[in-house]
Design a protein around this ligand. Sequence first.
Ligand SMILES: *Cc1c(COP(=O)(O)O)cnc(C)c1O
Length: 301
Amino acid sequence: MNDSFPQGTAWIDGKFVKLSEAKISILDWGFLRSDATYDVVHVWKNNFFQLDKHIDRFFESTKKLRMPCQITRNELKIILAKCVKNSGFENAYVEMIQTRGVSPNFDRDPRKATPNVMAFAVPFGWILKPKDFEIGLDVYLTDIKRIPASSIDPTIKNYHWMDLVTGMFKAYEKGHHTALLVDEHNNITEGPGFNIFCVDETGIITPDTGVLEGITRQTVFNLAIELEINISKKPISAENLKKSKELFATSTAGGIMPITKISGDIIGLGNVGNITRQIHKLYWQKHSDSNWITPINNILK
Ligand SMILES: *Cc1c(COP(=O)(O)O)cnc(C)c1O
């Protein structure tokens, strides 16, 4: 088969298969219309991190798309755990997906389709590798507008990524690590798969609307409260972004990631800020706290 596939196991059509063998129909609405939802949880040292929160968001997303997931929470946990166990990973990125599925005879009515649930595990991936933590990310601030919430509910984790992918191309062409998109008022929204936070004199701020409500974004609120740091949700202009003392991005793939440059210009002192460091440290401490993790072996016993 194709050796460019990462190692991993998928669950599709009710069976566990090698990742390279997991395929869907060309007529699936998920493929033809991006009509799908998904979620990504990570495994660190054989423990899922905040698994129930990811499953809650996934179930909510399937309901908002009028295709409530027909698999129970426990069944889904076992499927995800087996994807990781069969792959033999200690650290993994685990994705669950539900597509609209295929309609009989290519019927144009989405209600006729039978939804399709699938999942896979691949090795844990970083947006910013730990060795590059002190360097931080250089994020290109684009003028691309994130799809507005009035068009697509951003709280449903979705594959409408053409705006984000266009941003990635622009960022890469100019030599930056990744991109940031704006809203119709040119306020900051988010980037390809991550939320953004800035630190000013008042504390930590993240955009209030027009973004996916990341599980890691919510985690930052919990960690900031524990650290007694002020945190709030409100609009962030490009100007506020550039004069921040610190900036960081958050995502399941990579956790808390310092941003030290915007479009090549230095933010703050150009190094990883103190608040970013505190949040990052506590985030990784929670990876061995039994209130935050679920051991794979507990699911499978
Ligand atoms: C998944 C995702 C994020 C980050 O959410 P987490 O739950 O923290 O991984 C941010 N923005 C978009 C568009 C995403 O798809």
